[in-house]
Design a protein around this ligand. Structure first.
Ligand code: GDG
Length: 517
């Protein structure tokens, strides 16, 4: 604690996962590469070069033999910020991460209460792990630092910090939706969770609807709290503090996506994708493997389009990228089997010589490939049953340099609030409606496509990730990002080979031989 006093205030980001993935390789080597997912995409470019700290779980459990500090500092060399790990035991990982976070809060907050497993052990471990996070924050911060905690895994961190006598300014951003009162009431620990959140100084939600849901829960469950204002920001007066509550729609580094999409290597990869699919119009889906993303619903909508509009046959291809995620949870494996079964059925029904309607990709793409798919696709098809925001929609628009693509988007994605004027909106449960939207989008006039895409791009460019960070920091700490100093240990953008980290690193563990263990 004391060693940090007197230096400039820093921004400390706290999230469940650090923005890196560690992989054990043979012969005692570890490989570290950047993580995927919405939170990393949004925050990594923001924190670069600001000298801050990112605290989180590195994804491995206690007992692994490696020099974590060496690995993490190698991974962020030149990025201008450092990483500090919170180590979990296997039991903690199972009950806090897979259990409380992913089998209770994730389904409940996405209105899927029938998928929840309300195991009381999960709650106990969740609190314990939140305390561990608070301990690492306390050891690595000074009272002048700004602590920005992310997402549903860490709702109790401020409460734990306060219990330790720490009173640093603490903001919290929820990346997923906040449910309406009648769904939140199902949570056995609803009072505790709500009061834990009220220990933050600022609470940020993705949309006004989420913010409204939260305030409604406070009114119903925390009678001692006074809601003193309405409008863009609400202020909640608890007996101990004043909590500000706002909506801050997360975004992307628009210019970075546009610039990288214009690069020669992306253009080359896009050319190859087109070469392999001559005369085809490409519809693209990019989703983490998750039941909230509505992938089976999307496939049903596509099948409806093929059944109803035979003139689409041999002219259209759906490229569906599914990014592996949470494969230790049985529901996710069931979902994978369901998707693969449906892809097989649809391809079986429609494939003709030289035309396979669905190209299914189940793996992590590198950024060049991802951008090439964005650039190649005529349509991006996004059909979540509920989604905090959905960054894929924004990334597709930023990469659509020719301004001729169409976004078909579920009414239940948070991004709708900002993008509804340019996107074609669908209800993912209405397969006929999705089929119709596909058909109409494929036949949309060039002028209509252009004016819609131009509008979308303007809105995303104006409200990019830096705007999001600045709005949050300003509301939470009366700070802007540029008030956190630039640091010297920073590689200029042109020297960075891989994004958001300089390179993949390979580091040996102590004895260099994993086979003996
Ligand atoms: C949560 C909320 C909210 C995808 N495939 C690959 C890859 N991605 C990247 C995309 C995008 C991110 O993953 C996915 O972001 P989403 O926003 O679509 O969804 P979640 O991961 O569920 O994120 C969501 C978000 O948090 C931010 O607040 O919008 O609602 O659920 O950035 O580009 N990245 C790489 N390879 C892939 O194959 N490298």
């Amino acid at each position: 604690m004391g060693e940090q006093r007197g230096r400039d205030s820093r921004l400390i980001i706290v999230s469940n996962r650090l923005p890196v993935v560690l992989q054990r390789e043979d012969k005692g080597f570890w490989r570290v590469r950047s993580g995927s997912g919405g939170l990393v995409t949004a925050l990594a470019p923001v924190l670069r070069n600001r000298g801050g700290l990112w605290i989180g779980w590195p994804g491995i459990v206690q007992g692994e033999d490696l020099d974590l500090d060496e690995l993490l500092s190698a991974a962020t060399k030149g990025s201008g910020y450092s990483l500090r790990p919170v180590i979990l035991t296997e039991d903690e990982r199972d009950k806090y991460y897979q259990g409380f976070a992913n089998e209770i809060i994730w389904p409940l907050f996405h209105d899927l209460q029938s998928l929840c497993n309300f195991d009381p052990d999960y709650w106990f471990t969740y609190q314990k792990v939140n305390r561990s996070f608070a301990n690492v924050i306390a050891e690595n911060s000074s009272p002048d630092d700004f602590i920005w905690v992310h997402d549903y895994h860490l709702m109790a961190v401020a409460k734990e910090l306060r219990a330790m006598g720490q009173h640093s300014r603490c903001g919290f951003f929820l990346h997923i939706p906040f449910p309406p009162l009648d769904i939140f009431l199902k949570l056995p620990w609803r009072f505790q969770v709500l009061h834990d959140l009220l220990e933050y100084d600022l609470l940020g939600f993705q949309t006004l609807r989420d913010r409204r849901n939260f305030v409604q829960c406070v009114r119903a469950l925390a009678k001692e709290v006074r809601v003193v204002s309405r409008g863009q920001m609400a202020t909640l007066r608890t007996p101990h503090r004043e909590v500000r509550v706002g909506a801050f729609p997360i975004s992307i580094d628009f210019d970075e996506f546009a610039r990288k999409s214009a690069s020669q290597e992306v253009a080359d990869t896009a050319w190859y994708i087109h070469e392999d699919l001559p005369q085809r119009k490409i519809i693209l889906g990019v989703d983490r493997l998750d039941y909230t993303k509505g992938i089976p619903q999307k496939l049903r909508g596509f099948r409806t389009a093929l059944r109803k509009y035979s003139d689409l046959h041999e002219k259209v291809t759906l490229i569906q990228v599914v990014v592996p995620s949470r494969f230790n949870i049985p529901k996710y494996l069931d979902l994978k089997a369901e998707i693969e079964g449906m892809v097989g059925e649809i391809n079986g029904e429609f494939t003709r010589s030289g035309w396979v309607p669905i190209h299914y990709i189940y793996r992590n793409l590198d950024r060049r490939e991802l951008l090439a798919y964005y650039r190649t696709a005529e349509i991006v098809l996004i059909t979540p049953l509920k989604d905090g925001m959905n960054l894929v929609a924004k990334e597709y628009c930023a990469s659509n340099l020719e301004e001729n693509g169409v976004v078909i988007m579920s009414e239940f994605a948070g991004a709708v609030a900002q993008l509804q004027k340019g996107a074609v909106l669908v209800n993912p449960h209405d397969f006929e409606g999705v089929g119709r939207a596909i058909y109409q989008s494929l036949n949309m006039s060039k002028a209509d496509r252009k004016s819609r895409m131009r509008r979308l791009r303007q809105s995303i460019r104006r409200h990019d990730v830096y705007w999001w960070v600045d709005s949050f920091l300003h509301s939470a700490f009366a700070k802007r990002l540029d008030q956190f100093p630039l640091v010297e240990d920073y590689l200029p953008e042109r020297d960075v080979e891989r994004w958001p980290f300089p390179a993949e690193h390979r580091v040996a563990t102590g004895d260099g031989d994993s086979e003996a263990r």
